[in-house]
Design a protein around this ligand. Structure first.
Ligand code: AHR
Length: 561
């Protein structure tokens, strides 16, 4: 990797004090040349200067260099995927309000949420879980009569099944995203899952296809991604790697996609359950799955290995999502950087068995997981979303982009009202979070081409925590325009940066920057614009861009030539 993330000093304090001999010479010359009045003036000024001689701090510019002719891997747009589980107010209220609701909706799906998500160009949505997926039975969520069940994983509340297969696919249609279905391996059967896929995808007049048509959708649906189980080592059934593998092979063989448009191009990609951490338990899991993959036969296949990693610091989640200070800011950001090590650790194992990188590492659950909001149902995983989460999101997206040859899909947890959400709703009210704005600012990076960027990150230190102060990625979009995303982690100091550009004649650069007064600044229903992007521009001269980044900020700029 061309990136240089050295922990060098970012600021040079230059003490501009004349050396003793220079000082003496200057003083004597002036003293000898002047009248008594001038002499006494010189003497007093000199004494004053000596008394108040203070260091003059000159902030050294942080140098970044980008050579546009050296482009790398595609940054797959699926790195910006979402996850919507039947959990708390994620699906119900967050997406589904029902056709009778006073909240403006299209066929029961709230219109404000759809409009906000369209601006993010959401590539795919993982659904219906999470742990919920391994207890989900799709038949209960189709047709005019829905079966009312329970959601034992998440607060034991009623699951009305009113938001089912057709409603989810309609929602995807409205926001323009692909389906990433998680099928039930824990408490379901291969037959149940294979019938679900037949129901969804066949164009032939089977009984299931006719039932789909009777339920309002004669044309087959497209299912782009299929997750086979979820955390099968834990809430998905406490399986050993070998047991899971035997299940995976059966599901991979029999859960077919029959959509005629997905037989050649756009084939459905099958994603296996992967690790949930970096300890030996997880590396052994990755080893077992990838070793089996290496020897797989025609009758089963795998296109992705999932990985889950939450920024939580300690379990159960106890960090506050709002009302915290710099210590918690630094601790959470230190913890989130473990994502890099995990990606590299599991990629190295995958490289052993799959050097051609056919299998993607799919980070389909990630984000900050904090203590439930006071007064909320703890099973609903409701939390606020602060400027810290914006910085956290940018750092993780940058990690994924730097490993885009292997990490080709990621789904932040979760889209609305749950964990590190894009959107918070309360009945008819809606607010867009700082994380939402990072995703919006990063839209140009979807399906862009990674361009290596070299920089000295410098350091930010708080108490016993030292972090790289700066993080940055660069990429060319599909039209060839160069984009830079630069994060200043330091919550106290602005960063003067100078970007040297080779292979491009930069005339100007402009974009948006996201910051706020406090590390825990949040957007609220009654104050929705506390953390919103503001326009920013850089000075372009002699092949260099200069700009100042606010403390604790995420900035995305496009370079015009
Ligand atoms: O995102 C919340 C839960 O976290 C998911 O349901 C589960 O897969 C994970 O443990």
């Amino acid at each position: 990797m061309a990136q240089k993330l050295a922990f060098g000093p970012f600021r040079v304090i230059q003490y501009r004090i004349l050396s003793r001999s220079q000082f003496r010479r200057t003083f004597l010359l002036a003293f000898q040349a002047g009248t008594p009045l001038v002499r006494s003036l010189f003497a007093s000024l000199t004494l004053l200067a000596m008394a108040v001689a203070v260091p003059v701090a000159v902030a050294q510019k942080i140098q970044l260099s980008v050579d546009v002719s050296r482009s790398g891997t595609k940054i797959d747009r699926n790195l910006f995927g979402q996850f919507a589980e039947h959990l708390g107010h994620g699906a119900y209220e967050g997406i589904w309000v029902g056709t009778d609701s006073k909240i403006p909706n299209t066929r029961g799906i709230r219109s404000d949420v759809v409009a906000a998500l369209k601006a993010l160009r959401v590539p795919d949505v993982r659904w219906p879980g999470g742990c919920f997926a391994d207890e989900y039975h799709w038949r209960k969520g189709i047709g005019p009569q829905r079966t009312v069940t329970l959601n034992p994983n998440w607060g034991g509340v009623i699951e009305p099944n009113t938001f089912g297969t057709h409603e989810f696919m309609d929602f995807l249609d409205q926001i323009g995203a692909e389906a990433y279905l998680s099928v039930n391996v824990g408490s379901g059967t291969p037959q149940e899952a294979s019938e679900w896929l037949e129901y969804l995808t066949t164009a032939q007049p089977t009984t299931l296809a006719k039932e789909r048509a009777a339920n309002g959708h004669p044309a087959p649906y497209k299912v782009a991604f299929l997750g086979i189980g979820n955390e099968s080592w834990d809430c998905g059934g406490n399986m050993t790697p070998d047991y899971y593998l035997s299940q995976f092979k059966i599901y991979s063989r029999f859960v077919r996609n029959f959509n005629p448009n997905q037989q050649d191009k756009q084939q459905m990609l099958k994603i296996a359950v992967g690790p949930g951490g970096g300890e030996s338990r997880w590396t052994e899991w990755t080893e077992a799955i990838m070793k089996a993959y290496q020897n797989h036969t025609w009758s089963w296949d795998m296109n992705g290995l999932s990985m889950h990693f939450y920024t939580v610091v300690k379990w159960p989640p106890s960090y506050a999502s709002v009302g915290f200070g710099e210590t918690e800011y630094a601790q959470i950001l230190k913890s989130t950087r473990e994502m890099n090590d995990l990606v590299e650790k599991h990629s190295a194992i995958m490289d052993k068995y799959d050097p051609g990188k056919k299998v993607a590492l799919v980070v389909d659950e990630w984000g900050g997981w904090y203590a439930p909001l006071p007064g909320s149902n703890p099973g609903f995983l409701a939390q606020q979303n602060s400027l810290r989460d914006a910085v956290l999101a940018a750092l993780n997206l940058n990690i994924f982009a730097r490993h885009a040859d292997r990490v080709r899909m990621a789904n932040i947890a979760q889209m609305i009202n749950v964990l590190q959400a894009m959107i918070l709703t309360d009945k008819e009210k809606i607010v867009l979070t700082p994380t939402y704005y990072v995703y919006k600012m990063y839209v140009p990076f979807q399906d862009s081409t990674f361009v290596p960027i070299a920089f000295d990150a410098g350091t930010y230190t708080h108490s016993d925590i030292t972090l790289p102060r700066l993080d940055a990625i660069a990429a060319k979009d599909r039209a060839g325009k160069l984009w830079l995303a630069i994060t200043n982690v330091d919550p106290n100091q602005p960063a003067e940066i100078e970007v040297s550009l080779a292979g491009i004649n930069a005339k100007s650069a402009a974009g948006e920057t996201l910051s706020a007064s406090k590390v825990d600044s949040v957007n609220r229903f009654d104050a929705p614009n506390t953390v919103v992007p503001k326009p920013v521009s850089a000075k372009a001269q002699d092949g260099k861009l200069t700009l100042e980044l606010a403390p604790k900020s995420v900035t995305v700029i496009a370079v015009e030539q």
